[in-house]
Design a protein around this ligand. Sequence first.
Ligand code: PLP
Length: 236
Amino acid sequence: MSIAENVAAIRAKMDEAALRCGRDPKDILLCAATKMNGAEAVRQAIAAGVDCCGENRVQELTQKLSENAYEGAPVHFIGHLQTNKVRQVVGKVSLIHSVDSLRLAAAIDKEAGRQGIVQDVLLEVNVAGEASKGGLSEEALWQLLPEISTFSHIRVLGLMAIPPVCENPGDNDKFFQKMCRIAVDITAKKYDNVCVNILSMGMSGDYEAAIKSGSTMIRVGTAIFGMRDYTKAHQP
Ligand SMILES: *Cc1c(COP(=O)(O)O)cnc(C)c1O
């Protein structure tokens, strides 16, 4: 199947999943996870109507920006971001999904201040408590929120999560639902510069379940572009 056919098939499933639980399909955005796919594949995905592109690695982002690969769609940063690389990302992407420490938030705030902009971000939650993954524990999230709300060059628009790879449909429902509960609790606290309009969750294997549990942005790679060829991966 072509990228265009894959995107059309995903859209149809997204719409169905939304309507099945009484949601408006327009409230759920499709972010193409473009890692390890080149500018031409990215252009095809944008032509097929994805809402935005999500890049994982700073090097790939910089390369594809220089090739004007994202023309026609916003680009987001969805991978782990090292503090020493914020300058290459802040102001270049419309949303950073992966803020997972006060140190990183402070570095983004400082760089955005230097550029005279406000950078939109999501806070990444390690919702399944996996030692192998980044993201804030729920406890760390609650510690970070009052601090990040004092930063004037960061605006928090929501939360992101990468739950475990799911073996059976429904495996991750409890994690998606937990994210939803956390979002409601944050909204109730009314922090400055913090709202939770975006819940970035759901990938190729579980996006329909994520939509059922309140996701407003799914990040899909494999189901759009096919299997990634890791033998060609650049070592960081
Ligand atoms: C690669 C990636 C995705 C997409 O994963 P697929 O299973 O290929 O759909 C989503 N989010 C992040 C952060 C990723 O790195």
